[in-house]
Ligand binder design. Structure first.
Ligand SMILES: O=C(O)c1cc(=O)[nH]c(=O)n1[C@@H]1O[C@H](COP(=O)(O)O)[C@@H](O)[C@H]1O
Length: 277
């Protein structure tokens, strides 16, 4: 089954919330844990065990694990396995993108199920040119995996690059979305090639509607709210996966408090979607 089909099914069962497993040093401290690989393991597995059964998608951000070297990456591998056992799809946030031959190696690392660190989907950056992502696209098709391509990111520096217009008048973001429309052509109910669009962006002239998923990070700690979603995403709303890391994790270390926070948020998002029907 394609990633897009698995995602569509998971979201209809569990709701659209994506929970980020981002073990920031400050959060380890808030949970009373040491900023060490032992603290990382306790935090990341505790959060994953609490949240993965509640959410369609779990998104660990690789940097927070890599900063502890190979032992941190071993914890990331455990997070991926634990989340999958709980029935969540794992979107590994690595934001990769390089020249084609190197991207091929990244694709082998993250999308080939034979790799110890393979996930269901990864985040990739198209800013070496969308065509540089071809090895990821090929690997995703071969292994029924997914990609989330940065289109309009949540950070304040994004407009300099992503709102720039080409000779044809389209923004860089709109060009990336058109590439995604092309990749998802004919896919139903949902394509496997998604976009990343921040839940923090102001109004935008870009049209985010297409038959692929739209990851919306920046929801929660960066200020994005449920009320902002219809304004930003319009007709694309049914395919949006609002993604929250710190806000959900701050409910910990109590597993039941994290679970409740995820449930409440999924309920709120489902109610919003029901209004639009
Ligand atoms: O690709 C991402 O996930 C991402 C894209 C983007 O535009 N903005 C953004 O914040 N992210 C990631 O989403 C997460 C946001 O975390 P919180 O702000 O704690 O909810 C981090 O892991 C970021 O790296």
């Amino acid at each position: 089954m394609t990633f897009g089909s698995r995602l569509h099914h998971a979201v209809s069962e569990r709701g659209p919330l994506c929970s980020g497993i981002d073990p920031h040093a400050a959060l380890l401290h808030e949970w009373g844990l040491p900023d060490s690989v032992e603290g990382l393991e306790s935090f990341a597995l505790g959060a994953t065990e609490a949240l993965a059964a509640e959410c369609a998608v779990v998104k660990p951000q690789s940097a927070f694990y890599e900063r502890f070297g190979s032992r941190g990456v071993a914890v990331l591998e455990q997070v991926i396995a634990t989340a999958r056992e709980a029935g969540a799809l794992v979107l590994l946030d690595v934001k990769r993108g390089d020249i084609g031959s190197t991207s091929e190696a990244y694709a082998d690392a993250y999308l080939d199920p034979a790799s110890p660190i393979a996930a269901d989907a990864i985040t990739v950056s198209p800013y070496l040119g969308f065509g540089s992502l071809e090895p990821f696209v090929d690997a995703a098709r071969k292994h029924d995996a997914g990609l989330f391509v940065l289109a309009r990111t949540s950070n304040k520096e994004a407009p300099e690059v992503q709102d720039a217009r080409g000779d044809d008048g389209r923004t860089v973001t709109a060009t990336m979305l058109d590439h995604l429309r092309h990749l998802n052509a004919g896919a139903a109910p949902l394509g496997s090639f998604g976009a990343v669009v921040g839940a923090t962006i102001g109004s935008s002239s870009d049209d985010f509607a297409f038959n692929g998923p739209v990851l919306a990070p920046g929801y929660g700690a960066q200020g994005g709210t449920t009320a902002d979603l219809p304004r930003i995403f319009g007709a694309a709303l049914p395919n949006v996966l609002p993604s929250s890391s710190r806000e959900l994790l701050r409910a910990g270390p109590s597993a039941s408090a994290m679970r409740d926070a995820a449930r409440r948020t999924n309920d709120e998002l489902r109610a919003l979607l029901a209004q639009g029907r």
